[in-house]
Design a protein around this ligand. Structure first.
Ligand SMILES: NC(=O)c1ccc[n+]([C@@H]2O[C@H](COP(=O)([O-])OP(=O)(O)OC[C@H]3O[C@@H](n4cnc5c(N)ncnc54)[C@H](O)[C@@H]3O)[C@@H](O)[C@H]2O)c1
Length: 448
């Protein structure tokens, strides 16, 4: 099949490369000329494990190409996927659909035969109706159908998720379009991936419901972690005890600094707005978003408290900046609020991230000292904070870290270390909710 992917970001590029790998002929289109120029040179503008090889091999095989010109490829396409961003709109937090509608208008002008237009972007319920209305208005002569096919891939494991998805959701109102979608995903049908055929509106809402539920799970365990700290219980054991119940499941029950990233924060907000607009407020999700929002800066206060209540004139090393490991994505990363809180309190922040440095420089406030590795980062620091659980931070040479730091204080916001082992090395060690909080900041404590 001839497939066009409008938007070559995390979702568009991964989906495009995977569809090409299925054997389809794929053209990825993006407005950003520099991105397309880089892709044509074989350079991948984002960090995603395995993507580089997948793009290169499919481009070499002639199945995957890149362009800024939408008209030519769309006029020949069987299916056109919209994979542009839907960030939070400034002011009210609703999904900003301006990119989706701009892409829709461009696609409409280029249609020349029956084409399925598929929204892969996460869009509020009813957006497919509006996409259809716009195309009908601009091109009353066009033969087309609008389908919702939300994407559930996770950055960092995107290719695996795309090729072996838990499910594929296809929301279509038109049988011909549904058959085209079956053809697009045929290799996955053969792999027996569960395909859920729904109405278009149901598909749109399913994506938001799934993300809001995952955000709720994270926020729930984070609140349990706070309670564990007060009562001397261990949140990892609580999570295990909960997660072994099949009705609950163990995933997304890791206490930490709060969820971030390009999806959960904006998608929870958009769902909240949609639910309010339809007169059925999603109160649980409203609370989740508010609790999570406050948590990120509270992690900054936790660090300050660990430093004895003040960080003016102190140096804090922040290890990990991206919202999770194995991505360079800084969108809504907890590190932003944590670094800001520390700087507001007068600290000098040194920072290191294995893949996110470039994006961090464009995102974090000025004044951060960027370092080239974890050891340079902790040099002379009064405290080190693990914010993102990259593998390299799980296996630090703690003796070397202690030697280079001004004071051996480690605040592990991802619970990657065993408290007894770190304390045995002479560190003051704080984590999130494992009942192992140091009684007094800045002092060595006995192994738990
Ligand atoms: N990132 C994820 O993990 C993820 C997972 C599932 C769903 N989603 C959803 O997928 C959508 C895309 O997310 P993303 O992270 O890939 O965004 P992104 O910002 O990485 O990429 C979007 C791309 O679209 C391009 N673009 C915008 N308007 C365009 C136009 N008119 N024509 C051509 N290109 C255009 C931009 O230049 C950009 O490169 C969002 O709705 C998001 O919520 C993202």
């Amino acid at each position: 099949m001839k497939i066009v992917m409008v938007g070559a970001g995390y979702v568009g590029l991964v989906s495009g490369a995977c569809f090409a790998d299925f054997g389809h002929e794929v053209v990825c289109i993006d407005k950003q000329e520099s991105k397309i120029a880089a892709l044509k040179r074989g350079e991948i503008p984002i960090f995603e494990p395995g993507l580089s090889e997948l793009v290169r091999s499919n481009a070499a095989a002639g199945r995957l190409s890149f362009t800024t010109d939408l008209v030519g490829p769309v006029s020949k396409a069987d299916a056109v996927f919209i994979a542009v961003g839907t960030p939070s709109r400034r002011g009210d937090g609703f999904a900003d659909l301006s990119y989706v509608y701009a892409a829709t208008r461009e696609i409409a002008q280029a249609l020349s035969r029956y084409t399925v237009i598929v929204t892969k972007s996460t869009v509020p319920v009813g957006t497919g109706d509006e996409v259809e209305r716009i195309i009908r208005e601009l091109r009353p002569d066009a033969e087309f159908a609008v389908v919702s096919n939300p994407e559930f891939l996770r950055e960092g494991a995107a290719i695996e998720d795309f090729k072996r998805p838990d499910r594929i959701v296809i929301g279509a109102e038109d049988e011909r379009a549904r058959q085209m979608m079956a053809e697009v995903y045929r290799p996955l049908y053969l792999n027996s991936a569960p395909i859920l055929n729904t109405s278009r509106r149901t598909a749109e809402l399913t994506k938001y419901a799934a993300n809001a539920f995952l955000a709720t799970k994270i926020t729930f365990i984070n609140e349990m972690a706070d309670l564990c700290e007060q009562v001397g219980a261990n949140v990892q054991d609580v999570a295990r005890g909960m997660g072994l119940d099949n009705r609950i499941g163990s995933k997304f029950l890791h206490a930490g600094p709060g969820y971030g990233g390009s999806c959960f924060p904006k998608d929870t907000l958009a769902l909240i707005k949609t639910a309010q607009d339809y007169g059925t407020p999603a109160r649980i999700v409203e609370t989740v978003a508010a609790v999570n929002d406050q948590r990120k800066r509270a992690m900054g206060r936790k660090v300050i408290a660990a430093c004895g209540g003040a960080v003016r004139g102190k140096t804090i090393a922040v290890l990990g900046l991206t919202f999770k490991p194995n991505t360079d994505d800084m969108r809504d990363a907890p590190s932003i609020a944590i670094v800001t809180a520390l700087q507001d309190a007068g600290a000098t922040v040194r920072a290191f991230d294995p893949e996110g440095m470039e994006q961090a420089k464009a995102t974090l406030p000025a004044g951060v000292v960027y370092c080239s590795d974890a050891y340079e980062c902790v040099t002379g620091a009064d405290a080190a904070v693990i914010v993102t659980e990259w593998n390299i931070f799980r296996a630090l040479d703690l003796d070397r870290v202690k030697e280079t730091m001004a004071a051996p204080l480690l605040i592990d916001l991802r619970n990657v270390y065993r408290p007894d082992q770190v304390r045995a090395k002479g560190f003051t060690y704080l984590d999130v909710g494992r009942g192992t909080q140091a009684p007094e900041a800045g002092t060595k404590t006995a192994a738990a």
